[in-house]
Design a protein around this ligand. Structure first.
Ligand SMILES: [Ca+2]
Length: 375
């Protein structure tokens, strides 16, 4: 089974996208299980939404505070050349799950669900088949028939936005970023000993609430105090000549239409970008809470933690908003991997190695990963 999966993943006729999770799944599944269940690493995978690579403190952002992800990068590796191949939520998330391009899995908005060929080699399916307890919390964003989904996940707890705030039993409201954290913590607390796990925590933040043209970026109350007094710098490449030099189809595109929703006046720019930053700081806070629980449960020393974004974002750069198109702001996403088994000398590095567009990704990922391929 494993060799068949590897053949499919590395078949040169099969185009592939960001296959690092698929590789990790194959590697984890390859570790012998007899009397060694405790040695197989757990996998904790955080995925943010509409989050560009430079929107992290550890990536040198001058304003945005992400202390938890920065700590993961200090003790792990940050990959500065992580690109998505299709810059839109649905298709990109399907690629993250399956490790193949949109043109192969053929899933995006309003298409049929992902075919079994591809869910069979999704990282949760590989790990579940290998004896892992697999969990999913948060924004799923892909169509998968129920029977296929149940073959992928033991614990499935999706969350939808709109609204971002949910009324709780005690009458208070709670942001869904925090609710995702609550459910992730529940999964960890229910984890039986002697079995490894793979938990995927998929945030809606920092996706805009597109139906609300006034409050695009609702942030959790816990980060209300951030960036209050900060005047946010203008976006790069915002000289009007850069926009006017774009081809007509881009000047008329949704990238431009939504610029008028969010970024076209200094007041809107300051308000909305402050909200966007707070949403990212809010998810960083929740990542910290989940990692604290991991430590409390004595599982941190055997858990590989990954943090990635599903696509980038234009926050006014080039006169654009949103994602979808081909420029760096839209395609480049954060990727941080913390592996507790990584030698101290290899920690805290910034790697230029990973490039999901590269046909050599499989070899690159193998070299970059502390988990050596055993195929
Ligand atoms: Ca997205």
């Amino acid at each position: 089974m494993r060799s068949a999966i590897l053949r499919r993943l590395f078949d040169p006729r099969v185009p592939r996208a960001a296959i690092c999770l698929s590789l990790l799944a194959v590697q984890c599944a390859a570790i012998p299980t007899v009397n060694a269940a405790e040695k197989r690493p757990n996998v904790l995978f955080f995925l943010s939404d509409d989050h560009r690579a430079d929107m992290l403190g550890c990536a040198g952002h001058p304003v945005l505070q992400t202390p938890t992800i920065d700590r993961l990068a200090r003790n792990g590796v940050r990959f500065e050349n992580m690109f998505v191949t299709t810059s839109i939520c649905a298709a990109s998330r399907a690629s993250v799950l399956t490790g193949v391009f949109e043109r192969t899995h053929k899933f995006t908005f309003r298409t049929p669900p992902i075919a079994r060929d591809w869910t069979d080699i999704s990282y949760p399916r590989l790990l579940k088949d290998a004896g892992y307890r697999t969990g999913f919390v948060g924004k799923f964003g892909v169509g998968i028939p129920r029977d296929q989904r149940e073959e992928m996940f033991d614990f499935f707890s999706p969350l939808n936005r709109n609204p971002y705030f949910r009324r709780q039993a005690d009458g208070r409201t709670r942001h869904i970023t925090q609710i995702a954290g609550d459910r992730a913590i529940r999964f960890l607390r229910e984890q039986p000993s002697g079995q490894p796990f793979c938990l995927s925590v998929s945030f809606h933040a920092a996706h805009a609430e597109d139906s609300d043209k006034v409050n695009h970026f609702p942030w959790p109350k816990a980060v209300e105090h951030l960036y209050r007094q900060t005047v946010l710098p203008d976006p790069r490449l915002s000289d009007p000549q850069i926009f006017s030099g774009q081809p007509e189809f881009l000047r008329l595109s949704m990238n431009r239409q939504r610029w008028f929703w969010r970024w076209d006046t200094p007041q809107k720019y300051q308000r909305n970008l402050r909200g966007y930053y707070r949403m990212i700081s809010g998810l960083d806070l929740v990542v910290g809470r989940v990692l604290d629980t991991l430590s409390e449960l004595n599982m941190a020393d055997n858990t590989v933690v990954l943090f990635c974004g599903d696509n980038g974002y234009y926050a006014g750069e080039r006169g654009f908003a949103g994602k979808w198109s081909h420029y760096d702001e839209s395609l480049r996403v954060p990727l941080v991997i913390f592996d507790p088994r990584l030698p101290a000398a290899q920690r805290g590095k910034v790697s230029p190695a990973m490039d999901a567009r590269s046909e050599n990704l499989s070899a690159t990922a193998r070299r970059a990963s502390p988990l050596s391929m055993q195929a």
